[in-house]
Design a protein. Structure first.
Length: 432
């Protein structure tokens, strides 16, 4: 590269000419400068500089003036910049972009769940007098722990007349012919029917209710075959009502109960190893107090109690022999009410039957509650010895032998027997 400069009055021009090594050598050896100039691309100098050259009379170059060739500015880039240029000019992969994919939630495993159907609460008790009815209603009306507003309850339109704050019980007491009662007459009974109404209103400040309206029927039964008399004096003899079974209606029943004995069991399905909890009861109307006994029970695989495939687990006038025969813990429970008797029986299946069904039929009898416990009127269980559900173990001694006559075809007697009957529950499904 040759640096050439020109000086004129008040102006200094510096021109840089870039010549290759070969060109410069040829020029030094006598090459025609005009030829060299014709081979190059002329670069016009600024107009002001050209005017200075033309008007300067003092400047006379000793050699012909050569116009510099066009210079590529990229040749003066540093090596590093050249490499950057090459990198920038390299092929670039196309940019691809997608919407982010939301990760899937892990699948929840199966959760064991059983829908428990609410069981009607036992929150109402009624006592029928000679001319009036006395009804008590728990404020926990639905058994959910939520107390109802007394103003929402009425007995056929009649309001609550009293309350037991300690027991949380509301009281109704009215004459039989009031509160919208209806009278029905049958061949044997007079029946007064009342309706206990629960009509909730929306919660204060909201449009919602958390309980539904409910209506519960209450009946008072009066036998047409009895003389109406007060029960102020309790007779020491057996009343006429206790010896005229043909004129009485006693209802015997068997029910499967929940484990706490509070409710009737909604399902008849069991598994081996579980206990069947059975409640035997008698429903009495205008009787003197009665006591219920289970004289005998047999289990069969079919509804026919006389089936050849059968298992007798209560016999001999109230001896529950299953524990003694099989080593189970089947037993009578301690009596709580005279008109009911509870026993638990370990579930089983018949080995000679392909069916999982079991039917239980029991012989039940009701005696006057004042009748003493005896070998013929007892409820005994075996647990390292015979024990009585009525706290009189002495009467159970005959369970190892024979306790009186069989219950089959037993006639009424003067021993306090009022009535007897049979009750059956089934089918009960016992699975492995």
């Amino acid at each position: 590269m040759v640096l050439m400069y020109f000086i004129s009055a008040g102006f200094f021009l510096l021109i840089a000419v870039d010549l290759s090594l070969a060109q410069w050598s040829g020029f030094q050896q006598g090459q025609d400068p005009t030829r060299f100039q014709q081979q190059q691309s002329t670069v016009l100098a600024p107009q002001r500089a050209v005017q200075s050259l033309q008007t300067s009379a003092a400047f006379r170059p000793t050699r012909p003036v050569m116009s510099p060739a066009w210079v590529d500015p990229w040749k003066f880039q540093e090596p590093g910049n050249t490499q950057s240029k090459r990198l920038m000019q390299a092929p670039v992969a196309p940019l691809t972009w997608h919407f982010p994919v939301v990760p899937e939630e892990p699948q929840q495993p199966d959760v064991p769940f059983e829908l428990h159907v609410p069981i009607p609460a036992r929150s109402i008790a009624a006592q029928c007098g000679e001319s009036s009815v006395h009804v008590e209603v728990k404020k926990d009306f639905f058994g959910t722990g939520q107390l109802v507003n007394p103003s929402f309850l009425s007995l056929g339109g009649c309001a609550v007349v009293g309350e037991d704050p300690e027991a949380q019980v509301l009281i109704f007491e009215y004459e039989l012919q009031t509160c919208g009662s209806s009278l029905t007459m049958t061949d044997n009974e007079l029946v007064y029917t009342f309706t206990l109404l629960y009509t909730p209103e929306a919660l204060v400040g909201t449009p919602i209710v958390r309980t539904d309206a409910a209506a519960v029927g209450i009946e008072c039964h009066y036998s047409r075959l009895h003389n109406v008399s007060s029960n102020v004096l309790i007779p020491s003899w057996v009343p006429f009502a206790a010896t005229k079974v043909a004129e009485e209606v006693l209802v015997f029943s068997l029910k499967l109960m929940t484990d706490d004995w509070m409710f009737e069991r909604p399902s008849n399905q069991y598994f081996l190893g579980q206990f069947l909890r059975v409640e035997a009861s008698v429903k009495q109307y205008n009787h003197v107090p009665l006591r219920l006994f289970v004289d005998g029970c047999v289990a069969t695989a079919v509804p026919d109690v006389n089936s050849a495939l059968r298992y007798s687990f209560i016999e001999n006038h109230g001896c529950l022999v299953d524990a003694e025969l099989t080593g189970s813990t089947s037993s009578f429970m301690r009596r709580v009410q005279n008109d009911k008797l509870h026993f638990q029986l370990e579930s089983f299946r018949f080995q000679q039957s392909n069916s999982a069904l079991v039917y239980i039929t029991c012989a039940l009898k009701a005696v006057v509650a004042s009748t003493p416990i005896s070998p013929e009127n007892k409820a005994c269980s075996f647990a390292n010895g015979w024990l009585s559900a009525d706290d009189n173990d002495q009467v159970c001694m005959c369970c190892v032998s024979t306790c009186g006559s069989s219950w089959k075809g037993q006639a009424l007697s003067d021993s306090g027997l009022v009535s007897e009957g049979k009750a059956t529950i089934g089918p009960i499904v016992v699975s492995n």
